[in-house]
Design a protein around this ligand. Structure first.
Ligand code: ADP
Ligand code: ZN
Ligand code: ZN
Length: 745
């Protein structure tokens, strides 16, 4: 027997090996094996059974070891890997490595236990007889006969103070059965996500939800590939719809995958899902896949799925590669979230990979959002996806009123820059008096964005990256948010020695300080990556907020995701302009999403909520459309713009980044390359650039970039890949291709 193996060794080749007779039974397509490559043993995945015709069989090396009894990659995952390798212009071995968790690749640490149970039922007289001949054996037999479940061999021996020989004798006589089972660690039972547990009793669905559920159930019942986009406004009860669909699939014996943008930021959703699924059907073990798992937990969760013991996985992006059996439904919650895109190689998009995986399995893919990405929405409008809508909040709760405050007027009134408008201050005081809660969002951490000298105009920048340093007041430091470099904040201008230093822009710390000034007696907490560096702090603060121990939260949008606090009646967005003025064609879309999602955090209880948005450009479209949560209006206007400019979703976008220590050399090679692409690919792609990246330098490496627009990405990519492999790149230039990038910075 000959197999083709993809070694995980930093090159992209299928190598052939002989399978020794002793391993023949355990080698399958997708098996994780160790094979000799050059002079070392390497991990690899069996990608092909058999060898090409006339393959030279002499001098073929042999597979040395099979790492797991189950294939590490199911046939659909192998196909998925090959598709991803082409689509994302990434090496196959890198993708395979991403698909298989490190804990699984290492193959170590499986914990097993031996279990004892009765194999042959004895009559009472027979047990009496046994007791005369071998009293210890009879004791053990009686003990096991009283148990409902198989018992741990070691623990029983300890409890009855016997040696293993007693049990072994019973096993030998066929009276007791011994089986070996893997011990499952925390993956099922960890309480990491249980701190925020929400009541598990399912509410009665309203008419809209029922209609959505039955439409999805019909689709799933067809047992063929399809995609549904569920566009439901915030608080419309999308999660209930997911849960019903999941329940149906599980009852029919199918496997389910539930993806969330970031597990750490959605403890509520995960806890709710899990407690509900496990209460609906206790045998539906739910594997939670997140970055806080230990290696052992991850391995156990993976094995439970691979062995078919568990059929549901809940997790972030990488859970899309979980070895779920008989996959019938993939739910992608908050499908618009950029967090689904991996920002290192392989740069895949979790949602898009989910759709393709559903296709390979003849499964249904359910995408849900209050603000669907324009890509998905365009697919729905074009009839490629089914579209379902939830237009009402559950229980007839009102969408909160959005108040737009023109900060230009505020600045005139205050005769200078001001952080909090009068309207917002009054509203905050009002909530505090009424013992209701407030959340303030500001999309930038730190105290202020940059240090400006008003005498010479100097702005303090990071020496390694071409961006300004951010002032952190708490410890009087300047920090670079790209490379993390830090230095003590100067008291005079480093360039001209003038003491007239101003701090420009707003950050979470500055907002917190301003709030403390107007509400000195309120209990205030700040949530951003700076404040949250301590593990579990996030959960702790959310718990305190829920129980009313905190009156007001200040945070970046990281706290805006999926939170559901009934007592929050006021939400403030301090500076809506930050996301609107980034140089990215998705700036409007991101701003609209941010506003609608943030507003959705208010008024989830029985009181109406109020949202105050501060901006210097109140007439801007994303702001105006978001006031009425008018997704249709916004998407129509924005899609028209995109069409006029031939931007995604009307064409695909590919980003090519060149990075190196020498800016002139970088420019030269980027231009040579662009000329070649222009010549070879002609009208297949439209080029923009090459030009310096918006951030020209990061960690001392200079950056140039080139954009390709194309209508047919699956045709263009293989050509680009071939040209790239043939081009004579110098060693000190690193280049990265990003297909369908979600951020243009
Ligand atoms: P979304 O994800 O659409 O923002 P959720 O699914 O989080 O909305 O639902 C918001 C809240 O409403 C949750 O607390 C949920 O338990 C509750 N809910 C959902 N459906 C119903 C219903 N039919 N009746 C009453 N409450 C519901
Ligand atoms: Zn100066
Ligand atoms: Zn830096």
């Amino acid at each position: 027997m000959i197999v083709g193996v993809h070694p995980l060794a930093g090159f992209d080749k299928l190598l052939h090996y002989r399978v020794p007779d002793s391993l023949r039974a355990s080698v399958h397509l997708g098996s994780l094996v160790r094979v000799p490559v050059l002079n070392a043993l390497r991990l690899g995945v069996v990608g092909d059974l058999g060898a090409p015709k006339d393959f030279p069989l002499d001098r073929l090396k042999s597979v040395a070891q099979v790492v797991h009894p189950f294939p590490a990659l199911t046939p659909d995952l192998l196909k998925l890997a090959r598709w991803m390798s082409v689509y994302y212009a990434a090496s196959l071995d890198g993708i395979i490595e991403t698909m298989i968790p490190a804990a699984v690749r290492s193959g170590a640490g499986i914990k097993e236990q031996k279990l004892l149970s009765i194999a042959q039922k004895l009559k009472d007289e027979e047990v009496e007889l046994l007791a005369k001949r071998a009293p210890q054996q009879a004791r053990l037999y009686r003990f096991l006969a009283q148990q409902y479940r198989p018992q741990n061999k070691g623990l029983v021996a300890k409890r009855l103070q016997q040696t293993a020989a007693v049990a072994n004798a019973l096993i030998k006589h066929g009276l007791v059965r011994e089986e070996t089972r893997r011990v499952l660690r925390e993956a099922y039972t960890d309480d990491w996500s249980k701190g925020e547990l929400v009541a598990a009793k399912p509410p009665k669905l309203n008419a809209e939800q029922l209609a959505a559920v039955s439409a999805i159930e019909r689709e799933v019942g067809h047992a063929r590939f399809g995609v549904t986009l569920l566009h439901g406004i915030t608080g419309s009860g999308k999660t209930e719809v997911y849960l019903h669909a999941i329940d149906t699939v599980l009852k029919a014996g199918g496997g389910v995958m539930f993806l969330v943008p970031e597990v750490a930021l959605t403890p509520q959703t995960v806890a709710r899902l899990r407690s509900r699924l496990e209460s609906i059907a206790p045998d539906h073990k739910c594997v939670v896949w997140h970055s806080h798992l230990s290696e052992g937990e991850r391995l156990d969760g993976w094995l439970a799925l691979a062995a078919g013991e568990a059929r549901v996985v809940v997790g972030a992006r990488s859970a899309v590669f979980a070895p779920v059996h008989n996959l019938k439904l993939i739910v992608v919650d908050e499908e618009h979230e950029p967090a689904y895109k991996q920002d290192e190689t392989p740069r895949y998009h979790g949602r898009d990979v989910a759709v393709y995986r559903a296709k390979l399995n003849g499964a249904h893919c359910l995408l849900g959002s209050a603000t669907p990405s324009l890509e998905s929405y365009a697919n729905a409008l074009a009839g490629k996806y089914s579209l379902l809508k939830l237009k009402l909040r559950v229980d007839d709760r009102k969408l909160p009123h959005i108040d737009v405050v023109d900060m230009r007027v505020e600045v005139m009134r205050a005769r200078g820059m001001t952080t909090l408008s009068q309207r917002l201050v009054h509203a905050m005081q009002d909530r505090f008096d009424k013992r209701e809660q407030t959340i303030l969002f500001i999309n930038r951490r730190g105290y202020s964005s940059s240090m400006l000298c008003t005498d010479c105009g100097h702005v303090e920048e990071c020496g390694h990256c071409s961006i300004s340093m951010t002032y952190h007041r708490a410890d009087e430091m300047l920090r670079c948010h790209l490379c993390g470099d830090e230095r003590i904040a100067p008291v005079s201008c480093p360039k001209c020695r003038s003491p007239k230093i101003r701090w420009r822009g707003l950050g979470t710390q500055r907002v917190e300080e301003a709030v403390r000034r107007v509400l000195p007696r309120a209990r205030i907490e700040r949530m951003d990556t700076d404040a949250m560096s301590r593990k579990n702090k996030f959960r702790e603060i959310l718990g305190q907020f829920r129980t009313g121990k905190i009156d007001l939260l200040v945070g970046t949008q990281m706290i805006g995701k999926g939170l559901d606090f009934p007592n929050v009646t006021l939400v403030g967005l301090i500076d809506a302009d930050i996301s609107m003025h980034i140089p990215d064609f998705r700036a409007n879309e991101r701003t609209f999403q941010l506003l609608v999602q943030v507003a959705g955090r208010a008024g989830r209880g029985d009181r109406a909520g109020e949202v105050i948005v501060q901006t210097f450009t109140p007439q801007a479209e994303p702001i105006q459309f978001s006031r009425h949560a008018d997704y249709e209006g916004f998407s129509a206007a924005e899609l028209k713009l995109r069409k006029d400019f031939h931007y995604p979703p009307y064409r695909h976008l590919i980003h090519h980044l060149f990075r190196g220590p020498n800016p002139e050399k970088l420019k030269f090679f980027a231009e040579q390359w662009a000329k070649l692409v222009e010549k070879e690919m002609g009208d297949q792609v439209e080029l923009r650039g090459p030009s310096p990246s918006p951030i020209e330098k990061i960690k001392d490496a200079y950056r140039w970039q080139l954009w390709y627009f194309t209508r047919n990405v699956t045709k263009a990519i293989p050509v680009l890949t071939r040209l790239r492999n043939e081009f004579a790149w110098p060693d000190d230039i690193i280049q990265v291709i990003d297909v369908d990038p979600v951020s243009l910075m």
